[in-house]
Design a protein around this ligand. Structure first.
Ligand code: 3H9
Length: 710
């Protein structure tokens, strides 16, 4: 996405000053989140000058207008030409102020926002305030003195924890850490801030600079904390750039005077800013906010819903029920008979029992949640339910029979959703008297954990039902993506294609273990063959059998997976699949027998194996993913490329630091991707057909991102 800066120098001054007695009240008012755009930076610096030059001012109080103190640097400015003053200079200017500066914090004080607060001499926060340094999540590090001031203020261990996780620290914890000096007694930030400032003046308190704070005084403890963080980061963040620089910057805070440390911090920050990881992570940040902006949300208001019905108590139905229960909603589950509903209830309870066993939930809390759960064998129990999600066996006739029952018993206006992962939802909708109420809610397994929710929009559904589905996603804390009806919707449709590309690579000479390793080195937690072993090879096998009758007889088909499934090797649950899992091991070992099967199939197909470098493997794997992603956008199944990106980030383990497959394609360059596809097409023109959208964008010299703009 191309982003305009939220504010420009020409905008009305978003920083206002007002004398309250002897205190200069400085208010940052830059909706929506008081980001530190250039006008705010200028305003803050000017306010310090004004405070120093006005003899009537004895102290300065900085507050944020609206719901937050300051949410950080203006992310939309990154990548644009810098405009002075730079934020580090502004924070230094605040710290250098010869009159005491106090920050009164409510809402979010994040990133540069917290750095402004640390530039101030004293900090007070209301109980609900959230403080943090989330830059790492954007591929950055705190670049306005944060890597130098935070360890001096709270010690190396706590500072590293905050900067490496990016977590939000509550006000009470911030007080304990020494990040703030006082916890406000009420929610009235302004009154509390003014009172604190007056108290400081009365006590004769002067400026107190964070750069002089003694948090690193215990040098041995600091060194140990840095070494521990370095080792942990090497293990956990091997693909990432900025976490390592964060550790280096804290090392500099320990070893060097403040100004020198800050110079290094600046260098590291600019390196991070230049990295494609920063571009990928910031793309992901905006994409997950843009993805909810759909035409139906603008056109209609969601229907109210207070109660949820779930048809089916299998793994999926139970997971959906848990997701709804966790969101505080009452759930009625219907199954066909007593045995099935007992199993459904047991599946739900099993999740909570697991939490109780791990000490993450009390037995009383479990009982309170289960009190909102009702099991029934009678569809009439759905009479008052606002929204029903069907999660029964994947068979069109079975689903139609369920929907006929729902049509019969549900009240008018109830939303009727199916959790199918590939069936024709238009056909389900057309089979009942109220197609306008029918929608697809494609949850991913385990449904109470996985964040992605594909909201599948059939032709006849009314806009308010789509808006309701997005509202439900918000309530369940899911990341919704709007998808059109087709086999596999966005995610599974694209998956089917790049899985085939992986099979082709395997038959042509790469081993499944080479392919998995290449994909892991790209940043995925697992390769496609490991995923198949985890999910169960029988699932893909069933899909292949389902698609067999409609498969183009001229299309290349690799039989290896079928040969493996025919032996009953379905992966982890059967102790072997693509890998061996001796004694229930969770990490697989390469299996020579699998390699022998691969060899045999190559011979049958008359293929002489050749070798592929990791780069060659990835080029094919990614080109297949990107090309089908382009088709999905071209056909309107996904609204924009960013919808494909969000689907893969939240449902398929795509490495977030690459932004998603379509963003990655832009990074590689679309002409390169198209050239690759055309080269591969020389071997298999049926499989490698360039997407018309990709061809068009290359002809026009455009990127996928150009389509993300509203
Ligand atoms: C940094 O500070 C670097 C420095 O160390 C060094 C500099 C030299 N900029 O999330 P929401 C927009 S890096 C621009 O839906 P919520 C957002 O896109 C920064 N825009 O609200 C959305 O726009 P739209 C470190 C921003 O109430 C609107 O505001 N800080 C920024 O659910 C509302 O956002 C962070 O990483 C921004 N910084 O959550 C904090 N932030 O309406 C990032 C938000 O057009 N922000 N927008 O879709 C957040 O975590 C959440 O926005 C926050 C509010 C918790 C504050």
């Amino acid at each position: 996405m191309a982003h305009e800066p939220a504010s420009t120098a020409a905008d009305a001054n978003p920083v206002t000053t007002e004398l309250r007695g002897k205190i200069l009240l400085v208010t940052v008012d830059n909706p929506p989140v008081n980001a530190l755009g250039v006008a705010v930076r200028r305003g803050l610096a000017a306010a310090m000058d004004a405070a120093e030059s006005n003899a009537a001012v004895s102290a300065v109080l900085i507050v944020g207008a609206g719901r937050n103190f300051i949410a950080g640097a203006d992310i939309r400015e990154f990548g644009l030409p810098p405009q002075p003053p730079a934020l580090p200079d502004v924070c230094n200017r605040i710290e250098a102020c010869r009159k005491p500066v106090i920050a009164a914090i409510h809402g979010a004080a994040l990133g540069g926002g917290l750095e402004v607060a640390m530039g101030a001499h004293y900090r007070i926060a209301v109980a609900s305030a959230k403080l943090g340094l989330p830059e790492v999540q954007l591929g950055l590090l705190p670049g306005a003195g944060g890597t130098q001031r935070t360890p001096r203020l709270v010690g190396a261990a706590a500072a590293l924890d905050m900067m490496l996780t990016g977590r939000h620290v509550g006000a009470a914890e911030a007080l304990k850490l020494g990040l703030i000096d006082r916890l406000a007694q009420s929610d009235d930030t302004l009154a509390e801030g003014l009172a604190y400032a007056q108290e400081l003046l009365a006590s004769g308190a002067g400026p107190r600079r964070t750069r002089d704070a003694a948090g690193l005084a215990d040098r041995d403890a600091s060194r140990a904390a840095i070494e521990a963080a370095r080792a942990d980061t090497a293990k956990k963040s091997r693909h990432l750039f900025s976490p390592h620089r964060i550790v280096d910057a804290v090392q500099a805070a320990l070893d060097k005077p403040f100004d020198e440390g800050q110079k290094l911090e600046r260098q590291f920050f600019l390196q991070c800013l230049d990295s494609p990881q920063r571009a990928g992570l910031i793309h992901a940040f905006f994409a997950e906010r843009e993805v909810v902006k759909i035409p139906e949300a603008a056109a209609a208001r969601p229907r109210p819903f207070k109660t949820i019905g779930v048809v089916g108590g299998g793994t999926m139905g139970a997971g959906i029920a848990v997701a709804a229960l966790d969101a505080g909603l009452p759930v009625t589950m219907v199954e066909r008979d007593d045995v099935s509903i007992a199993r459904g209830r047991a599946n739900v309870e099993k999740v909570y029992d697991g939490l109780v066993a791990k000490g993450r939930m009390t037995a009383e809390a479990k009982a309170a949640v289960m009190a909102r759960y009702t099991g029934s064998t009678d569809y009439a129990s759905f009479a008052d339910v606002d929204l029903v999600i069907e999660a029964v066996f994947e068979d069109l006739e079975v689903k139609k029979a369920v929907f006929a029952e729902l049509d019969r018993v549900c009240k008018p206006g109830a939303v009727l959703a199916t959790n199918t992962s590939y069936l024709d939802i238009d056909a389900i909708a057309a089979s009942i008297s109220r197609p306008q109420d029918v929608i697809g809610l494609h949850f991913f397994s385990p449904a109470n954990i996985m964040k992605l929710l594909e909201i599948v929009v059939p032709a006849k559904v009314s806009a308010d039902v789509v808006a309701t589905a997005f509202e439900l996603a918000k309530k369940l804390k899911k990341v919704p993506v709007r998808a059109g009806v087709c086999d596999g919707f966005i995610g599974n449709r694209i998956l089917a294609v790049y899985r085939q590309a992986a099979d082709h690579l395997m038959e042509d000479g790469a081993s499944p273990y080479d392919i998995d390793a290449a994909v892991r080195n790209f940043g995925y937690p697992m390769g496609p063959f490991q995923v198949s072993d985890l999910a169960g090879g029988d699932i893909g096998w069933a899909t292949r059998k389902r698609k067999a009758p409609t498969r183009d007889p001229k299309a290349r088909y690799v039989h290896v997976a079928d040969r493996i499934c025919e032996r009953g090797w379905f992966g982890q649950k059967t102790g072997r699949g693509w890998y061996l899992y001796p004694q229930g091991a969770r990490t697989g070992q390469p299996d020579p027998e699998v390699l022998a099967i691969v060899d045999e199939e190559r011979k049958k197909a008359g293929i002489t194996p050749r070798s592929f470098t990791e780069e060659e493997i990835l080029r094919r794997y990614m080109a297949a993913m990107i090309n089908e992603g382009a088709n999905v956008v071209h056909q309107g199944i996904a609204l924009r490329p960013l919808d494909v990106d969000v689907t893969f980030l939240y449902g398929y383990g795509f490495p977030r630091f690459r932004g998603g497959p379509m963003k990655y394609a832009d990074t590689v360059g679309l002409p390169q991707v198209l050239a690759d596809i055309r080269e591969f097409a020389k071997e298999d023109p049926l499989f490698w057909q360039p997407s018309p959208l990709l061809v068009k964008l290359v002809e026009e010299g455009k990127t996928f991102d150009s389509l993300n703009k509203a």
